[in-house]
Design a protein around this ligand. Structure first.
Ligand SMILES: *Cc1c(COP(=O)(O)O)cnc(C)c1O
Length: 362
């Protein structure tokens, strides 16, 4: 039998993949994607509307994005002398880094369970991906990391700080040891997608390490819909990554919206503070329940472990509450669910649905 068109032209590893699953959440309390549940105030939205109406949709963006970059550097504490590169979400930055580093034999390393896009993007670019298991409590296994680095000499090492899907804030001294061990053979990307909730950062430490890249996004801060990520690193590295970036990757509406919101960060900061408080309250309420292990989290979600998580997940779905069934993501996350921290109202809807689901799970 002759091969079909698809079989002839599409890579076998791509054909073997399934598409990134995004469930339809219409009508659900949506607690699965680490979105900020709060919106901007009506006054700000009205003003934003005016700004967006004035954008020249007929023109290409000016690809230097100077003003937006300046604002990000100022608001996000990028050290003097360092610049940022913008991406259509940090997902695009991860793929830019992968493509730029995709030499024959180059390897990518990250702790597991971690953010899936590191491995996916590495493989798309033809890089070998090596996952190093975290310890059973999801802290970084420093010895295992150092051994894997010595063995594989990775070109790219990713550390999500804090980690998704576990919420763990790795020990800063362990991260430093990883950065030093990688040395001149590779870069270490510290992915700070959840920085507003962790309030810890390697950004101020960029001048200490010439192989450090700090990646951030505005997604978890409350702007997931506009798709804007940025990464800061030394000029020599950024210059090369910039050559791989599609020149108009940030569209004019995203640019205008981000410029506007960055002039009004107080509102987003208040929302992040509310979510940090809600995280403490939700964790305390969960610990009260019988048989639930709550892992420490510095992010805007909690990872919990409980018996029969699949049944509880189904029970939550029945009650129109959507969380992430983390057990499906990685073997060491068996019987784990990942749930967003949300508004007090949504958090209590979740708690009620959880209690009901726990009772009927057997
Ligand atoms: C959500 C997330 C991202 C992706 O962010 P986008 O900017 O929305 O693409 C990156 N890294 C980690 C660890 C995340 O959890």
């Amino acid at each position: 039998m002759s091969k079909s068109l698809v079989e002839r032209i599409i890579r076998a590893d791509v054909r073997a993949l399934s598409a990134y699953p995004v469930p339809d959440a219409a009508g659900f309390v949506k607690l699965d994607a680490m979105e900020n549940p709060y919106t901007l105030s009506q006054a700000l939205r009205d003003e934003l509307g005016q700004r967006l109406a004035a954008v020249a949709l007929n023109r290409y963006p000016v690809p230097s994005y100077t003003r937006l970059k300046e604002q990000l550097c100022r608001h996000m504490g990028v050290p003097a002398g360092f610049d940022v590169l913008l991406g259509n979400g940090s997902d695009e930055l991860i793929s830019i880094v992968s493509v730029a580093c995709a030499q024959a034999g180059a390897k990518v390393l990250a702790p597991e369970p971690g953010f899936v896009m590191y491995g996916v993007s590495a493989r798309f670019a033809g890089l070998e991906y090596i996952g190093v298991p975290l310890k059973a409590d999801f802290t970084l296994d420093r010895d295992a990391m150092l051994a894997a680095i010595a063995e594989h000499r990775p070109a790219i090492t990713y550390l999500a700080y804090p980690n998704n899907p576990t919420g763990t804030l790795y020990d800063a001294a362990d991260i430093e040891a990883v950065i030093r061990a990688v040395g001149d053979d590779g870069i270490v990307v510290v992915d700070e997608a959840y920085q507003p909730f962790a309030q810890e950062s390697f950004m101020p430490r960029l001048p200490e390490f010439n192989n450090l890249v700090v990646m951030r996004t505005v997604s978890k801060l409350g702007l997931a819909g506009i798709r804007l990520g940025y990464m800061a690193a030394g000029a020599a590295l950024l210059q090369e990554f910039d050559k791989v970036r599609p020149p108009y990757n940030i569209n004019v509406l995203t640019q205008a919206a981000a410029e506007f919101v960055l002039d009004h960060t107080a509102e987003l900061d208040r929302q992040a503070a509310a979510l940090r408080n809600a995280r403490t309250a939700l964790a305390a309420a969960l610990v009260e329940l019988d048989g639930i292990e709550v892992f420490p989290s510095a992010a805007n979600f909690l990872l919990i472990r409980l018996a029969n998580a699949d049944k509880v997940f189904a029970g939550l779905l029945q009650r129109k509450v959507l969380v992430k069934n983390a057990g499906k993501m990685h073997p060491s996350l068996q019987n784990c669910l990942r749930v967003n921290v949300s508004t007090p109202e949504e958090n209590s809807l979740f708690l009620i649905a959880l209690k009901e689901s726990l009772q009927e799970r057997i």
